[in-house]
Design a protein around this ligand. Structure first.
Ligand code: GRF
Length: 201
């Protein structure tokens, strides 16, 4: 399965996916990494690895449809089968999503549907929840609302700060995302309405 990874920043989830592929734990290939941010650290991570990289800078497009058609063209150029959002800070339109039906995944650092949107770890921390976590889901037109593939809980400790909680969640993200992608590449995910059914091997 050819993956197209869209990322705006640090790129630690991309790194976890690469590590899983290289360790033989994930049968997939990264066809292209695309960032909307020319300064993103994620682009530095793949220098010299022979993985195609593209920067599609949102500020150079006058409208979202033009930006998204450039994204879609780049994904298609590299024959991407599954679009993997890994810290991609742009909301994708319904039109774009329909180009890749059931083929766009995202990871979010909370137990959805709690705390969608930005700074989810901080939202959870400030709310005072005792358990948070992370969620991998298929993308629909809402923000962090699509069918849930995998979730894992992470405890909030009395000694936590937003930073220490975020770090504990991120560690679990790095395990969960390659696992969810692996279920997809193995053909084990079926979307039924708003639910994802995980098929037996
Ligand atoms: C992660 O916390 C992910 O859940 C959220 O954005 C962050 C991306 O981190 N969607 P990284 O760029 O993969 O390090």
């Amino acid at each position: 399965t050819v993956l197209g990874v869209l990322a705006s920043g640090r790129g630690s989830n991309l790194q976890a996916i690469l590590d899983a592929i290289n360790a033989g734990r994930l049968a997939a290939k990264i066809g292209v990494v695309i960032s909307d941010n020319p300064a993103a650290n994620v682009l530095k991570r793949i220098v010299g690895l022979g993985i195609p990289a593209a920067c599609i800078d949102r500020s150079r497009f006058s409208s979202r449809p033009e930006f998204e058609s450039a994204l879609a063209a780049e994904l298609n150029l590299h024959h991407v089968e599954l679009v993997v959002l890994a810290g991609f800070m742009r909301v994708l339109s319904q039109n774009f999503i329909e180009l890749f039906p059931g083929r766009i995944m995202n990871i979010h650092p909370s137990l959805l549907p709690a705390f969608p949107g930005e700074n989810a770890q901080e939202q959870a921390f400030r709310h005072g929840v005792k358990v948070s976590g992370c969620t991998v889901h298929f993308v629909d037109k809402g923000v962090d609302t699509g069918p849930i593939i995998l979730q894992e809980a992470v405890p909030v400790l009395e000694s936590d700060t937003v930073e220490s909680l975020s770090e504990r969640i991120l560690h679990v993200e790095h395990i969960l995302y390659p696992r969810a992608i692996g279920l997809y590449t193995a053909g084990r995910l079926r979307i039924e309405g708003s639910r994802v059914i995980i098929l037996d091997k």
